[in-house]
Design a protein around this ligand. Structure first.
Ligand code: PLP
Length: 391
């Protein structure tokens, strides 16, 4: 049987078998509610607190600064809505124009409630400049949100420079580290980060669990109200098995990060060089070097209208990739807001393909992709693009 290829690790990652093993007892005998005072409850509480320590360790935080949430999206919502509701008088928010919808749509919601939002454009490589963020600040600025790594193009942002700037100006700094966590070093102290979002399923943990780092001394209003779990910031009975899996996944990511990053860079570059040699109409989007280790975003000139056809042909050959981002699959005919913000022509922006490698990606998968892809591209009917200048 031919090798199946999964190059969509930015959409989600397969659960690591070690993580699944760590979670198993909490699906079976260990079912207690962490808020219960009896033994079953205490066992669950101990497991949640051990996981909190692991998650904190990944970003250089203290365990008490980690709030478990139901997803990365919810962590972003808690950071932004929580900051707005705590101090509605300082109503100005700054974010990059290439944030995930979990940030951009939340800001749009806050606008409808009276917030003012300034979006900062990246350069043509998808990198946001700290100077541009500084220029966007106002006396009533409350919070800046710039992601650590972008999900569409994989570009890394100057988080430390933006963090220092915000600290000097007395503005909260939130970074969405959902894509970056476990793939690059993150240190909330060195980078002057006040709020940082994480999601377990992007680092070989389970779906439906995330976390928000809330620096000691930063106060937020809760978004979910109820029994007061998670220091009152996220009421709900904790997803104990999910949190345990998240803890194990972060411990594994931390232990393997440096070696894994080097392996993925080598694998990614083999893939990129092989494609450059066999499909000259492809070119890389995003910064060549300041990018996530396993991330490639490619534009296929001349086939802009056929990305979905290409994706389906690859799927038929047992190869999973993504256009732009999984979150925009329902808007597949729309150009990615990230690529448009980078200044790409909207027609070109529709022709992007995202290949994202992960812990279980192999040489054999790269070889299979390189063998199949040129033939699939050759089988596509060349498309007459509209003149690019007119768009
Ligand atoms: N932020 C970024 C940068 C992401 O890539 C994603 C998921 O694709 C999210 C937030 C949302 O995370 P979750 O799927 O846990 O809600």
């Amino acid at each position: 049987m031919s090798v199946r290829v999964y190059f969509d690790n930015s959409a989600t990652t397969p659960l690591d078998p070690e993580v699944a093993r760590a979670m198993q007892p909490f699906h079976e005998g260990l079912f207690g509610n962490p808020s219960s005072l009896h033994q079953a409850g205490r066992e669950a509480r101990a497991a949640v607190e051990a996981a909190r320590g692991e998650v904190a360790g990944l970003v250089g935080a203290e365990p008490a600064e980690i709030v478990f949430t139901g997803s990365g999206t919810e962590a972003d919502n808690l950071a932004l809505v929580g900051a707005f509701e705590k101090d509605p008088a300082r109503r100005h928010f700054v974010a990059s124009a290439i944030e995930h919808p979990a940030v951009l749509e939340t800001l749009r919601h806050l606008e409808s409630r009276g917030a003012a939002v300034t979006l900062v454009l990246p350069d043509s490589d998808g990198v946001v400049s700290a100077d541009d963020v500084a220029a966007a600040l106002r006396p009533d600025s409350r919070l800046v949100s710039v992601m650590a790594a972008n999900n569409v193009v994989g570009t890394l942002q100057p988080v430390a420079a933006i963090g220092r700037l915000c600290r000097e100006r007395g503005v909260l700094f939130h970074t969405d580290a959902v894509q970056a966590a476990g793939k690059m070093p993150l240190d909330v102290r060195a980078d002057a980060i006040d709020l940082l979002s994480l999601s377990a399923h992007k680092l070989h943990g389970p779906k439906g669990v995330g976390a928000l780092f809330v620096r000691k001394g930063v106060t937020l209003a809760p978004v979910v109200h109820g029994g007061g779990q998670e220091r009152g910031l996220r009421s709900a009975t904790e997803n104990v098995a999910g949190i345990v899996g998240f803890g194990r996944a972060t411990a594994l990511a931390r232990a393997t990060r440096a070696d894994e990053a080097a392996r993925l860079v080598a694998l990614r570059d083999r893939l990129l060089n092989g494609l450059a040699a066999s499909v000259p109409s492809l070119h890389l989007l995003g910064h060549r070097f300041r990018r996530l280790p396993g991330h490639l975003c490619l534009a296929l000139a001349g086939h802009e209208g056929e990305t979905i056809k290409l994706l389906l042909a690859l799927d038929e050959a047992g190869i999973a990739v993504s256009t732009g981002s999984a979150c925009s699959a329902s808007h597949a005919s729309q150009p990615s807001h990230v690529l448009v913000a980078m200044g790409l022509d909207p027609i070109r922006a529709r022709g992007s393909l995202r290949l994202t490698l992960g812990r279980f990606s192999t040489d054999a998968e790269v070889a299979r992709f390189l063998a199949v892809f040129p033939n699939i591209v050759a089988s596509l009917r060349p498309v007459m693009s509209r003149p690019l200048a007119s768009a």
